[in-house]
Structures are given as C-alpha cells and as structure tokens.
Design a protein around this ligand. Structure first.
Ligand SMILES: C[S@@+](CC[C@H](N)C(=O)[O-])C[C@H]1O[C@@H](n2cnc3c(N)ncnc32)[C@H](O)[C@@H]1O
Length: 182
C-alpha cells in the first residue's frame, strides 16, 4: 500500500491519526474476527488509519456522499472494506436492530449536530467488552480544550445513560474515547 495513514488526506490531527491506528492495532493481534465501523468517510483519512492498524478487520465506512473518496484510497482499503452510501440516521438504527455485528471499534465522525451524534452513539450497543467508541470533534480544533457545543453535550447525555459500561480514556486532540468494560 503506497498510501500512508500519517499523510493521506483527511480532517485529522497527527496525534488523532496515530490514536486510531494504535487502537485498531491493539486488537489486530488478538485472534478472532475484527469489525470496525467508521461513520463519516470523506477523503478516507480515518479509514486508512483504521485499515492500516488492523489489516484483517471488516471495515465498514458509512457516508451520505462517497463521491469525495479518491479511487486510489478506495483501492488501498482492500476487499474487506464495505462502503455504504447512506444517511447515518437510517444506517445506525438498522444495523443496531439487526444486532448481527460484534464491533471492536466504532469511530463517529459524521454530521456534527446533536441529533446526529446522539443517533450515531447508538452504535455503542454493538461494541463488545474491551472494544472502543471514539467521537471526533468533541473539542474545538484550536487546542484550547473548549467543548464543541453540538458534539460534547450529546456525548455527555449518552454517557449518563451508559456510564456503568464505559470508561473514558484520555483526550487525544479533539477526540473523546471510551472503552467498554462490560
Ligand atoms: C468531517 S467529515 C469526515 C472526515 C473523515 N473521517 C476523515 O478522516 O477525514 C464528515 C463526513 O460526514 C458525512 N456526513 C454528513 N452527514 C452525514 C450523515 N447524515 N450520514 C452519514 N454521513 C454524513 C459528510 O459527507 C462528510 O464526508
């Protein structure tokens, strides 16, 4: 793969790229079937981080418009990548109801409005114990640690309902990361 997660185009800070790669890598060596879901694909930056962290994972990329994904990135993501052009307001309730996927890592980076973040957070129901959910843009981009007002509050609402099952990990860039404990 010529494409490198550290440099491929994407709306991610260097430490966020490394974080996604490291999380995916943390379960890549554990025997089993690995599943990653990424809401918000755009040019594929986060998808490449996740793919290169865990080459054998089934990687699902959901976006309402996949026309911005460069062909070479698409090709580099490999045949175990499943791109789904759909509004997450439709995709997430459907996949949660099916309950067939056991997800190691869900990365939430779709539309940054409360309604969408709350909706996309429902993917947490599919995450297995020991797995992760990561929300991008929970903090403003400018390194001030200020909360993004459309993203941070719905994460707090989600956490209030699920705090007994999730433990928060340190902030990385604009990201909030939670590990499922049970
Ligand atoms: C910030 S970008 C994602 C950036 C990407 N994760 C990266 O690493 O560069 C947000 C993406 O969410 C998509 N999006 C917006 N509304 C959506 C929705 N309702 N459902 C799914 N995707 C949506 C946009 O088309 C856009 O590509």
């Amino acid at each position: 793969m010529d494409i490198d997660y550290k440099t491929t185009k994407g709306m991610l800070k260097p430490e966020e790229r490394q974080h996604l790669f490291d999380l995916a890598r943390s379960f890549a060596r554990v025997y089993g079937h690995h599943v990653i879901i990424n809401i918000g694909v755009e040019m594929g930056g986060s998808m490449v981080c996740l793919r290169q962290g865990c080459p054998d994972a089934d990687l699902y990329g959901i976006d309402i418009d996949l026309s911005t994904l460069p062909q070479d990135v698409n090709t580099a993501l490999g045949s175990n990548t499943f791109l789904i052009e759909k509004d997450s307001l439709l995709y997430v309730p459907e996949v949660v109801l099916q309950h067939g996927l056991r997800v190691n890592l869900a990365f939430i980076d779709g539309l940054h409005y409360k309604k969408y973040v709350s909706n996309d957070a429902l993917l947490s129901e599919l995450v297995i114990p020991g797995g992760y959910i990561v929300f991008h843009d929970a903090y403003l981009w400018d390194n001030t640690d200020q909360q993004q007002p459309e993203v941070y509050p719905p994460i707090e609402d989600w956490l209030a309902e699920h705090s007994n099952q999730w433990e928060e990990r340190p902030k990385v860039g604009t990201m909030r990361t939670f590990k499922r404990t049970e």
